[in-house]
Design a protein around this ligand. Structure first.
Ligand SMILES: Nc1ncnc2c1ncn2[C@@H]1O[C@H](COP(=O)(O)OP(=O)(O)OP(=O)(O)O)[C@@H](O)[C@H]1O
Ligand SMILES: [Mg+2]
Length: 243
């Protein structure tokens, strides 16, 4: 059984912008799927459906056997962790450690366990020294790692990353590649950083103007120069040097 199944998903914003136009695909358990596409293709709109922030207007989404609806979104949210494109969407407390503790506390985890889990993840991601600062007082790259921490602390069985490498310096980008490669969870990554997708995903979907225009093994899609250029993208940097 697929971990995520999306069938004929359509989404139109209130101003009549159609962002998703009949999107269908599935993701297997433990699979790492990349979603690529030019600006405005509908990637973040799709991401906002994975935990029911947006509910399907047409079509359906089934996550771990449960169809997403108003009545199941709470249950689904417990298993799906999303790191949003903008870290400010998920960091809002006065101390970073409280941001990271927020999820486990809400699940009713005991204060002692929350403290230990928060400490572990902040240390793992190199944020321990910043634990008493508010997100507004740390750098963009640090914010991105803090947003990761607030999701990973929940050990979600499905992880969704929207532009995870924005703002990361080369060393932290490498650290993130290693982190994502080590995930046991199912992972869906949206990114313009095609080298990151190459390093972390087995399969890729190319979205353009709200439709899937190509789907296949990472190496096949990401080395198809004509396909990428037709859709406003370029070959991964590692392949450009061979031209
Ligand atoms: N709140 C909104 N109201 C109306 N239209 C919107 C809204 N948010 C996004 N859109 C439109 O929906 C389409 C898809 O936007 P979306 O943010 O999903 O694209 P994206 O693929 O994530 O782009 P990017 O690569 O720039 O992050 C775009 O045409 C965008 O202008
Ligand atoms: Mg986006």
């Amino acid at each position: 059984m697929s971990e995520i199944t999306i069938k004929n998903l359509e989404f139109t914003y209130p101003d009549a912008s159609r962002a998703l136009d009949g999107v269908s695909f599935s993701v297997g358990k433990g699979e790492k799927l990349g979603i690529i596409g030019p600006n405005g293709a509908g990637k973040s709109t799709l991401v906002n459906h994975f935990n029911g922030f947006f509910l399907p207007q047409t079509g359906k989404i089934v996550i771990q056997g449960i169809e997403l609806s108003k009545s199941t979104q709470e249950e689904i949210r417990k298993n799906v962790g999303i790191v949003f494109q903008n870290p400010d969407d998920q960091l809002f407390m006065t101390r970073l450690s409280d941001d990271v503790a927020f999820g486990p506390k809400n699940l009713g985890t005991s204060p002692e366990t929350v403290k230990l889990e928060v400490q572990k993840i902040l240390k793992e991601l190199g944020l321990w020294e910043l634990r008493d600062k508010p997100a507004a007082h740390i750098s963009q790259g640090q914010k991105r790692f803090a947003a990761f921490a607030s999701v990973l602390v929940m050990s979600p069985s499905i992880i969704v990353l929207d532009e995870p490498t924005s703002d990361l310096d080369p060393r932290n980008r490498k650290k993130l590649i290693a982190l994502v490669r080590g995930f046991k969870s199912t992972c869906v990554t949206v990114s313009h950083d095609l080298d990151f997708i190459w390093d972390t995903c087995e399969r890729v979907i190319l979205l353009s103007a709200g439709k899937i225009v190509a789907e296949g093994k990472t190496e096949k899609i990401l080395s198809d120069r004509a396909l990428l250029e037709k859709n406003g993208l370029e070959l991964p940097i590692r392949l450009q040097s061979n031209l």
